[in-house]
Ligand binder design. Structure first.
Ligand SMILES: Cc1cc2nc3c(=O)[nH]c(=O)nc-3n(C[C@H](O)[C@H](O)[C@H](O)COP(=O)(O)OP(=O)(O)OC[C@H]3O[C@@H](n4cnc5c(N)ncnc54)[C@H](O)[C@@H]3O)c2cc1C
Length: 351
């Protein structure tokens, strides 16, 4: 008997397991590779929405929680996953520069938006209107995190690598059993896999496909994240991530020629040096109709929970939402109502 069964080992599953370990709860994880979002993500943590120069939802609080969280994980797993990198937003015009300076006066944004205009010093970039810098940003290497967290669990015999067989779940008032495992609670952290879940499939998760390229560009020599019509994110050995696309119809994890062309077209509007595409990946972001996470208890089964809907900001939302869910289950704290799935209870009874 363990305290928890957790289904899914992306950012949601990992951040929840970490909260369980911190609180000395026992658990087992069941996960397959059917969803890829956490393995392909750009991994940026950036509290500012760079299209409109506004703060993302509760982003300052989330960032304050996330930084020590990932630093502790680095120590525990013995890997470097947090790369602090300034984000430089390329301005398309003088008007945009003015909007940036207006925004940098607003509460919270004043903390993150530098008021210094950065002239372009990189001959490989076309940016006549300079850049604005977002401070305290960076990248979590989410692929490395998933890899090392899986090994960490496997070495302790805490990971069942298989697709959940929903028919093998049996629920009583006090326990949830799955094959040979019995737990007090079960948490579904399945990303877009929620669509197959007979318990939480009623929740309005729509899913947004995203694709990224990896390019090799030795002449680019850029140490910052550059945000223009696409992001470029520096990696090791002259490689850069380029992304990402947003598509609402295709729900497969397969890279497409169409998205590759779209990314290349946008990239070459500002990148003026030679490069070669060396990789191309795709995944489905678990996005929700109202752009808020899906967290909470099943309307009928009190020992079934969901942790999902991290959208395009899983790195920052993960630690925040996981702690909220844990405190809700174990300490009877109130959930942030904006992410509590109670907002969709009517959908459950009308299904
Ligand atoms: C191209 C792209 C770029 C992105 N860039 C960023 C970024 O820069 N910053 C950021 O913060 N976020 C980014 N995101 C979003 C981020 O990836 C997601 O918010 C986050 O990874 C979601 O994590 P998750 O654990 O909920 O889902 P997932 O990562 O999809 O994990 C779900 C897990 O559950 C498993 N699973 C599902 N169903 C079952 C089942 N039936 N049985 C067993 N296991 C199951 C899956 O295989 C998977 O292991 C990006 C996403 C994409 C696609």
């Amino acid at each position: 008997m363990v305290d928890y069964l957790v289904v899914g080992l992306g950012l949601a599953g990992i951040t929840f397991c970490e909260v369980l370990e911190e609180n000395r709860k026992t658990f087992k994880v069941i996960s397959d590779d059917s969803q890829q979002a956490s393995q392909v993500a750009g991994g940026l943590y950036n509290p500012v929405i760079l299209k409109r120069f506004t703060m993302a939802w509760k982003a300052k609080q989330q960032l304050l929680d996330a930084k020590p969280f990932y630093q502790n994980l680095e120590k525990k797993l013995g890997v470097i996953i947090d790369n602090e990198l300034p984000v430089l937003r390329k301005f398309a015009s003088i008007e945009e520069q003015n909007l940036w300076f207006e925004a940098s006066d607003r509460p919270d944004l004043d903390y993150f938006l530098s008021t210094k205009l950065h002239p372009n010093k990189n001959p490989a970039i076309d940016a006549p209107h300079c850049f604005g810098e977002v401070k305290y940003t960076g990248r979590i290497d989410t692929a490395a995190l998933v890899r090392s967290y899986s090994s960490y669990l496997k070495n302790r015999d805490l990971l069942l690598e298989e697709s959940l067989d929903f028919d093998a779940i049996s629920i009583t008032n006090e326990t949830v059993s799955y094959k040979n495992e019995t737990a007090k609670n079960l948490v579904f952290a399945c990303g877009f896999g929620l669509k197959q879940d007979p318990y939480f499939g009623y929740l309005p998760l729509n899913g947004t496909k995203g694709e990224l390229l990896v390019i090799h560009a030795p002449e680019y020599r850029e140490n910052n994240v550059i945000k223009s019509s696409v992001f470029t994110i520096p990696m090791e050995n002259d490689r850069y991530l380029v992304g990402a696309t947003y598509k609402w119809k295709d729900k497969t994890n397969l890279p497409t020629e169409e998205s590759k062309n779209e990314l290349l077209e946008k990239l070459t509007t500002f990148l003026k040096c030679d490069f070669e595409v060396v990789d191309h990946v795709a995944g489905i972001r678990p996005t929700v109709v109202d752009r808020r996470p899906l967290v909470g208890r099943h309307p009928e089964h009190k020992n079934l929970y969901v942790l999902n809907g991290f959208g395009s900001r899983g790195v920052m939302i993960g630690p925040y939402a996981s702690k909220q869910l844990f405190d809700y289950i174990e300490k009877e704290s109130e959930l942030d109502p904006e992410m509590d799935i109670q907002r969709f209870t009517k959908k459950y009874y009308s299904k």
